[in-house]
Design a binder for this molecule. Sequence first.
Ligand code: MOS
Length: 757
Amino acid sequence: MQATLPDAVRPAIDPNSPVGKPLLRRDGREKVTGRATYSAEWHTPDVVHAVGIQSHIARGMIASFDVAEAERVSGFKVLTHETVPTMNAPAPFSGGGAAGTVVGPLSGPEIFHAGQWIACCFGKTLQQARHAARLVKVNYASTQTPQVTLESGAGDAEIARGAYTRGDPETAFEQAAVQVDAEYYTPTEHHNPIEPHATIAQWSKNDLGEPTLTVHDASQYIFGVRDTLAKAFTPLGLKAENTRVICKFMGGAFGCKGNMWPHTLLAAAAAKFLDKPVKFVIGREQMFDSIGFRTDTRQRVRLGADKDGTLTTQIHDGIAGSNKKDNYIENFTLATKVMYASPALLTRQHTARLDTQAPTFMRAPGECPGMFASECAMDELAERLGMDPVDLRKKNEPASDQTTGHEWSGRRAIECYDRVAEGFKLMRGPRVPRQKQEGHWLIGEGFSASTFHANMLPNSVKLRANVDGTFLITCGTHEMGTGTTTAQSQLAAEMLGVPVSRVRFELGDTRMPFGHVSGGSMTTAGVGTAILAAVARLTAKLAETAATNGLVPAGVAALRDAKLQSGRLVSGDRSLAIEDIIASTMNDSIEIEASSTDHPKPEGAKRYSAHSFGAHACEVAVDEQMGLVRVRRWHACFACGRILNAQTARSQFLGGIVMGIGQALTEEGFRDPRSGKITNHNLAEYHVPVNADIPPMTIEWLEDDADYNANPVGAKGIGEIGITGVAAAVANAVWHATGRRQRILPLTPSHVMSSDA
Ligand code: MOS
């Protein structure tokens, strides 16, 4: 089923390839010794600390500010919409930028959400700036009651794009022998990477006297930040080529740093205002309401099946939030379109327009909240059918993507289910709840399937072959903590036919070739494909150079079919050391650039539906009296294409599951319906999992799964699939333990105790 690439674009793979090996991350030492420089840590002489002031109301108008006291104690002017330099509204993706919201900082007296940036105070120290910020008084001219709940926005909710119908889903549901009709709720969740958002901005002038802007920004998309800044500051004469954005390390980023949020613009505006470099670090509490978040969803899933478990129809609809100014859609029906076969299918989503900040991507946007509903519904169907939940899924395995009509690029979902069942020693057959008890703990097992789509975006790299036998690859991509630097070095080493120690990979600067957003589990394939294209181009260049410089005897056909192997250019029984070819140029190196779009498509390439697949099984213990849920054991298996590094891949899967356990058990943002403010905006009240919440976990993945139909690297991405299905597995296990269906996340004691018996 799986194609291989033509030899011409696929240099010989060394049998000792480093790809797949569990190499420790190359930046590990820098990180643990504190030498890794995060965005807020760049030494910037004369830097001024900024502290942003946020709106305390969600809807209304500012009348005025009292700033005298703040200015007196700090010695700096306070920046407000009255004094902010002229700038354009931030451009979203659709406008050639990467802004998460078009609501700019300090954009005017009108308030669109609680937490909106309305003023900024400064200090020579952070403490001074904070103190000044406390002394600013904001006078509001008017305050209106905001709409912040899905219910309040449901009345005029609109149908989001992408609604899909096949067959006659409603009739099929009415006529189905066995039915499930259930509603599920997923709450708002907030990004809390260890490193909050942070920006250092500094203006200068170039030799032509044009303004330049250098920004250190915690970002999953430095080129997007560059373009958004350049567009916003066009009125000040800023050009993209005079804007430099740098991000060498991130202390985590799960989608929140995929867009540029207004504080980055505010930092740059402040640096202009003060004519000094400005550092702006978002406080932990500000992480909750100044950047995006995962919107809550209310979903209804209806499944109809024959008595033997064959699905006849699936209907998945519901509502998710967005704000009134932007167009983010939480695509929670995405996985339903690909997961199971059924002649009839309807997916439809409504969007409620609310007075909140814009929602955004959060690890496995779409699939993650969606599969909580759909995988719980499958478990409910298995119960109604008196059928093993794994067998139910296997019975409805689609041979191709029924929505697009495309073949799967590779789909080994069933193998994942079987490996999980076997590895976990999952009980088989119909489930009967409340069968096992240990003291006051009821014990249950839960299963869920998992999927995430595999896409790829264009990226470019520069590849330099040095005369000393080393190689340097640069790409303006990002090290989010995932191990990009290490995994891409392994891939490059394989393609170049040299040990990894001879390859360096540098990233995180817009002076490097273009790196696209590091999101959507797309970086490995996108950057990797550019490396493949670059190695092919380097190979051709070396062959050409060898011929030009007389290293190939006259009359011998040029080394057109040459490959790189063990540091040599090899063609038939001839071979030349790469170093000798470089030396023949009288230069220290040969350098080429290539983009992933330069990589030739295999002949007759057709379109495939490309997704990663997987499965989770877990055991929980539930204390019914106290409503407590403890996850006791976990096993998961994934089919994500080629795995470049076993160590960092395992960490990605584990991290996804840990984050999913947070979603399942504790994470929920509460917004006060009167003020629109988030009331638990700190890690004392917004609970992410801690070590004590996490059980022993085992992870496996299918080897030999390289999927060259999906992309030339054969790697389908691993950052997001780990979290999908996790909450469903936990909820299904809690049902098995207690006989109570859990349809509301998170499974806090109050939800568990009030659930249906
Ligand atoms: Mo991911 S939510 O696309 O960073």
